[in-house]
Ligand binder design. Structure first.
Ligand SMILES: Nc1ncnc2c1ncn2[C@@H]1O[C@H](COP(=O)(O)OP(=O)(O)O)[C@@H](O)[C@H]1O
Ligand SMILES: O=P(O)(O)OC[C@H](O)CO
Length: 494
């Protein structure tokens, strides 16, 4: 990296939008651009993205951010890519043509296939090898579905003509014009195909899922020389220095780099990751063991609780019920609704994630009366995210992990009322990060680590700042009472 190359570009390709942020050497954001794209729901429980939308919105955001920062792409010392995880793509190795829309992490189409594998008693095997469970959430069964349902795909895959990738790999392929087919260990750990201990593709897992190895990208460290963007895209060849799954990106962006530190990101879904250091902690409470980050070949792990609906519930109030113009209005609406409210929402719109893993559960609002108003529904919606977080904290406690505080980020954390409810209901102090984009902050930091702008992982601790802490204000008796009502509601939807 030359002296002139003093900026970093972080690309955050998320579920609902693609974003690009330019950072300076002190990791201060100089420019930020983003673009939403269409969600496709072609069937009950199916969610797809058009790969061209993923690419176009990403490229557009990068170009606009570079313009806004008033720099040339040649001044970029490196790019860090962070992305929605598990979302599955399949394309032609020669011409890059995609065979199908991307199957999104939220998509439930492989629920029956997962059940068939469970009926063969294979879940303990998958769990041991991958740290994951047999749920449609992960990429492996989505890829198997593509091979079985797209005409000719299996034959072409067996002939070595096709490439599989999660969004990181796909963007890398597009940016390098097909020169590099690689992924990073954090993204690979979400596929059901990577052995969590060796961090290599596992032949036995591939055999059980009937997936040809020739499809798979090379697995690398999170920081690596991933290749250069073709000049056509940004006007200069820029090195891609880091790739990381978005939740692992936020773990780094929140400086949770010591065992025992936890971050929880509230975007479309909510993902709580507890750093467990170099040990793989095996959950007895249906949490996931996953790769946190891999640097210089050394792996660090996390225990993860994944919730499928968080900010997406507020989107539902806004877009499907027309109850809000903007997500932010939910805060003023909920403001006067106390814990005596009788309404309780279980947001199992796409089944339930951790710790229930029930793809067939469906959402409900219980305890409504003639007095139930928009205000009550907004409060019940926001509190439902806090109750789901409480389930995760409990599961972590039961796995012997002490949760001292939650470092939070993501779109929903702009809502102070929600964060106070989160503190009350979980009983944990909630620390909101000063930068709302912890995900891209983490990706940019990793890119800076690879390009030499930063020296060591622990440099992130000095860069991370807390904006505000929310402390629990209700008694533990009241918390226990609220939890028992929540658990009764969960029982009703299962
Ligand atoms: N003030 C708010 N209160 C509650 N939810 C909000 C607020 N602002 C944004 N959200 C929710 O946060 C989500 C967007 O967060 P973001 O971190 O951008 O998500 P993603 O990375 O998954 O696309 C949306 O689902 C939106 O409904
Ligand atoms: O796009 P997000 O921020 O909702 O993140 C999605 C997760 O990576 C899914 O595992």
């Amino acid at each position: 990296m030359s002296k002139q190359q003093k900026y970093l570009l972080a690309i955050d390709q998320g579920t609902t939008s693609s974003r690009a942020v330019i950072y300076n050497e002190k990791l201060q954001p100089l420019a930020q651009q983003g673009k939403e794209f269409k969600q496709h729901f072609p069937n009950n429980g199916w969610v797809e993205h058009d790969p061209e939308d993923i690419w176009e919105t990403t490229l557009h955001s990068c170009r606009e951010a570079i313009k806004e920062a008033e720099i040339e792409a040649s001044a970029l010392g490196g790019i860090g890519i962070t992305n929605q995880r598990e979302t599955t793509l399949l394309w032609d190795r020669k011409n890059g043509e995609v065979l199908h829309k991307a199957i999104v992490w939220q998509d439930r189409r492989t629920a029956d296939y997962c059940q068939q594998l469970k009926d063969k008693d294979l879940e303990p095997f998958f769990q041991k090898r991958t740290g994951l469970l047999l749920d449609p959430y992960f990429s492996g069964t989505k890829l198997a579905w593509l091979l079985d349902n797209v005409e000719g795909a299996r034959e072409r895959a067996e002939d070595g003509e096709l490439c599989f990738g999660t969004v990181d790999s796909y963007l890398l392929w597009r940016f390098t014009k097909g020169k590099v087919h690689a992924t990073d260990a954090s993204n690979a750990s979400r596929t059901l195909m990577m052995n969590l201990e060796t961090r290599e593709w596992d032949g036995e897992l591939l055999e059980k899922l009937n997936i040809p190895a020739s499809l798979l990208p090379e697995i690398r460290d999170n920081t690596s020389d991933f290749g250069y963007t073709d000049k056509e895209w940004l006007g200069a060849e820029v090195p891609i220095c880091a790739m990381v799954g978005d939740q692992q990106g936020a773990l780094i962006g929140q400086a949770c780099i010591e065992a025992g530190m936890l971050k929880s990101t509230y975007g479309t879904g909510c993902f709580a990751l507890l750093n467990t250091g170099q040990d793989i902690i095996r959950s007895d409470n249906r949490l996931l063991s996953t790769l946190a980050y891999q640097l210089d070949g050394e792996a660090y792990y996390a225990l993860e609780g994944s919730i499928f609906m968080a900010g997406a519930i507020i989107q539902w109030l806004r877009d499907s019920l027309g109850m809000l113009e903007e997500a932010a209005e939910s805060e003023a609406l909920a403001e006067d609704i106390g814990y005596e409210q009788s309404e309780i929402m279980v947001p199992a719109f796409t089944g339930l994630g951790a710790p229930y893993w029930d793809p067939d559960a469906r959402a409900a609002i219980l305890g409504m009366t003639r007095d139930t108003s928009r205000e009550h529904l907004a409060a019940a919606a926001l509190r439902s995210v806090a109750y789901q977080s409480l389930d995760l904290v409990h599961a972590m406690h039961n796995d012997g992990q002490k949760v001292e505080a939650l470092r939070v980020d993501g779109g929903m954390t702009e809502n102070d009322w929600f964060l106070q409810a989160l503190a009350d209901i979980t009983g944990c102090p909630i620390e909101r990060a000063a930068i709302s984009e912890a995900t891209s902050f983490g990706a940019a930091f990793l890119a800076g680590l690879q390009s030499g702008m930063f020296k060591k992982l622990s440099d992130i601790s000095e860069l991370h700042k807390v904006d505000k802490t929310f402390k629990p204000e209700i008694s533990s008796e009241q918390r226990d009472k609220l939890r028992s009502v929540w658990l009764a509601a969960i029982d009703k939807v299962r």
